[in-house]
Design a protein around this ligand. Structure first.
Ligand SMILES: Cc1cc2nc3c(=O)[nH]c(=O)nc-3n(C[C@H](O)[C@H](O)[C@H](O)COP(=O)(O)OP(=O)(O)OC[C@H]3O[C@@H](n4cnc5c(N)ncnc54)[C@H](O)[C@@H]3O)c2cc1C
Length: 366
């Protein structure tokens, strides 16, 4: 391709940057666009937070382990990479909450912690009688007239009371964002709940209406997908299908200069200067914000401090683990004093990750 070709530089080789590169290449090929592009990645590997360790028959995810099927873009990427037959769905089963040093079943019908079935909630030992009565007030409380944003914690506390929040909703929802629900913006993280209150007033009634009905042979169908050989298969798929010279690893960007003549100069951490026509940043906000600050008003987020999260995977011979409880794992409320926030029984939730006769436990800390 000629040097006159429009030059695009993607900064960041996580799944966002890789996906952008893959579809850019497809568009170029389909439409014969006069474009050349490269992807700059600071580390010596691609994938960013996606990292799979394949070891002695185990498929161990060190970062994300799956994606929601209803968010169709990841499954579409797998299909476009020719990996559709590699997609696997999670097995479903009872999930538990660590409560007073015991594993208690999450009541059937609790959607994101909001009870939608009467009997399982009424008979659950997770919530005291005053807590249950307070939660039932959601059926009668008026909708808030406020239109502004509040924290997820404040929103649910107003509708369902403290106990349901602490014992059910907080451990379930903060597992999704690894954050404190009292510091999470409702409109940024769960806008559907604000909408539900506006439309239906009661969250319990709204959730009852919107509960997914899909079932496989009477068992609820899993809502997550991953790939048989781990999520890193997506990363390897993109890397293998694009020309090798697209990827420049060990190339961290430390400065962005907007040229008066048009286009940009990127300065790498090794001092190299890369001239380009357009830049696509797919790096964390904390990296992008100072690079873009001189040219555009990227909101700085001083209040939103990133949280550290660690995953610990432990493999055992089956005989060494108490496997009497059926199910796929448990979550831990913040008031329990435990160090972990959740434990997935990966050999049950994702049977393909674990060789026969072994158990694989994946815990989250932070
Ligand atoms: C423990 C854990 C579990 C998770 N579980 C799930 C899950 O199950 N499902 C789900 O959907 N999501 C999950 N997530 C979130 C998900 O992993 C991320 O949303 C996603 O991987 C982000 O991808 P990204 O490409 O946007 O960013 P990243 O993966 O962070 O990629 C950014 C890339 O930019 C590179 N970079 C940084 N600075 C520079 C620079 N100056 N110059 C060049 N390159 C730079 C980095 O090295 C990195 O490779 C999880 C996250 C964690 C941490």
């Amino acid at each position: 391709m000629s040097d006159k070709a429009y030059h695009i530089t993607i900064v960041g080789g996580g799944i966002t940057g890789l996906t952008a590169a893959f579809y850019l290449q497809k568009e170029m090929e389909a439409k014969g666009l006069p474009i050349r592009f490269e992807l700059l990645e600071e580390k010596d590997r691609l994938g960013g937070k996606i990292k799979t360790w394949r070891h002695e028959g185990f498929v161990i995810e060190q970062g994300p382990d799956s994606f929601l099927e209803r968010k169709t873009s990841a499954a579409q990427l797998a299909k476009d990479l020719g990996l559709e037959q590699e997609l696997v769905r999670n097995s479903t089963g009872q999930a538990y909450i660590w409560h007073h040093d015991r594993l208690m079943p999450i009541p059937e019908g609790a959607v994101m912690g909001v009870p939608t079935k009467l009997m399982p909630f009424v008979t659950s030992e997770l919530i005291s009688w005053p807590g249950k009565i307070r939660a039932a007030a959601d059926l009668f409380l008026p909708a808030s007239k406020e239109n502004g944003d509040i924290s997820v914690g404040d929103f649910f506390r107003r509708r369902l009371g403290d106990e349901v929040i602490e014992n059910l909703i907080q451990p379930l929802l903060s597992g999704v964002y690894s954050g404190d629900i009292d510091n999470l913006s409702l409109l940024a993280s769960f806008p559907q709940f604000a909408q539900m209150e506006k439309q239906h007033r009661s969250l319990i009634l709204a959730m009852k209406h919107s509960r997914p009905q899909s079932k496989v042979q009477g068992k609820p169908k899993g809502i997550f997908l991953t790939l048989k050989n781990g999520l890193e298969t997506l990363v390897e798929g993109v890397e293998s299908q694009l020309p090798a010279n697209v990827f420049r690893k060990n190339t961290g960007v430390q400065e962005l200069i907007k040229r008066e003549s048009g286009g940009y100069t990127l300065v790498t951490k090794d001092g190299e200067r890369i001239e380009t026509d357009a830049v696509l940043f797919t790096v964390p906000h904390a990296v992008a914000e100072p690079l873009l600050r001189p040219y555009t008003s990227v909101p700085s987020l001083p209040e939103a401090k990133p949280h550290m999260v660690a995953t610990i995977s432990m493999a055992f011979p089956e005989a060494a683990v108490d496997l009497r409880l059926e199910g796929t794992g448990y979550i831990v409320p913040r008031n329990s004093g435990a160090k972990i926030t959740a434990c997935t029984w990966a050999h049950r939730k994702w049977p393909h990750t674990t060789p026969a006769g072994k158990a694989l436990l994946r815990c989250f800390v932070g």
